[in-house]
Design a protein around this ligand. Sequence first.
Ligand SMILES: [Mg+2]
Length: 304
Amino acid sequence: MDPFGLSQKCQEMTSPRSALVVALTGLLLAGCSINVNDRPASPPVSAAAPQASSPTHDPRLNATLYMQRSEELRRLSEQAYALATLRLGDALAKPGSAALEQSDGGQGKPPAAIFDVDETVLDNSPHQARAILAGKLEFDVGFWDEWVSERAATPMPGALDFVAELRRRNIRVVFITNRECRPRANAPADPCPQIQDTLVNLKNVGFGDVAASDLMLKGQNGWPSDKASRRMEVAKTHRIIMSFGDQFSDMMTVTRRQGPDERRTLSDAHAAMWGTRWIVIPNPSYGAWLDALPDPTTSALRTR
Ligand SMILES: [Mg+2]
């Protein structure tokens, strides 16, 4: 798993915290099919990031505690799905698509909603907690994959009820995740044990039986980090009425050379989508918002 979805070529072109470039839907600059939604099991740690001398000094500690122990995050996640419930009627009734790739609006096709998995419908903060306690500042794919294999992630607050509502309304529910297909030493013949792990995890926590065709992983069928091709796959047969995620890239193609101000500009360019067809789940722990900050991150602090 390449946690940041960076090809080697693109790694050579830019450092992780150098200026990030965004391409809107369909635009992949310089051939860098970079998607920032890959779930880093640990948040990205730049060369300038403080090195934790103990878990209490780990830069991820407060964010992880907020995810696990604050009523605020629990209620924020519930609010996001409650808002989605309020918006669902309009999303169905009004023409248009939540996928920028579905330029014809998908009119006449049955409805579908697209969900990211990690930190959108499943909470992986225990893994983050383990990384902190183990002093693992760098992403460790084996450590992450071990967590995936446990099938132990819990549902994000509000997600179960909303997905159940979609099913009641016969709206197709599709999970598009950058959990990556990666054979394991103990079962080398299976090219993607992460599919079954994720299906079972989703079922065990109450999302029901998810059809294999409704779960799309990175690396499966050659799908890259950029989720556009998977959205387009769904769009062939369905109108995508809403999208859910904790990252911009769950909604649109985003590449990684963009600072916070550019991210705001991009966000504003699609202002009408947020809170209507695009619903964001709060994730203070990792993601492109963090990758986008300059080195040192203190230089991004606003004092006025
Ligand atoms: Mg996610």
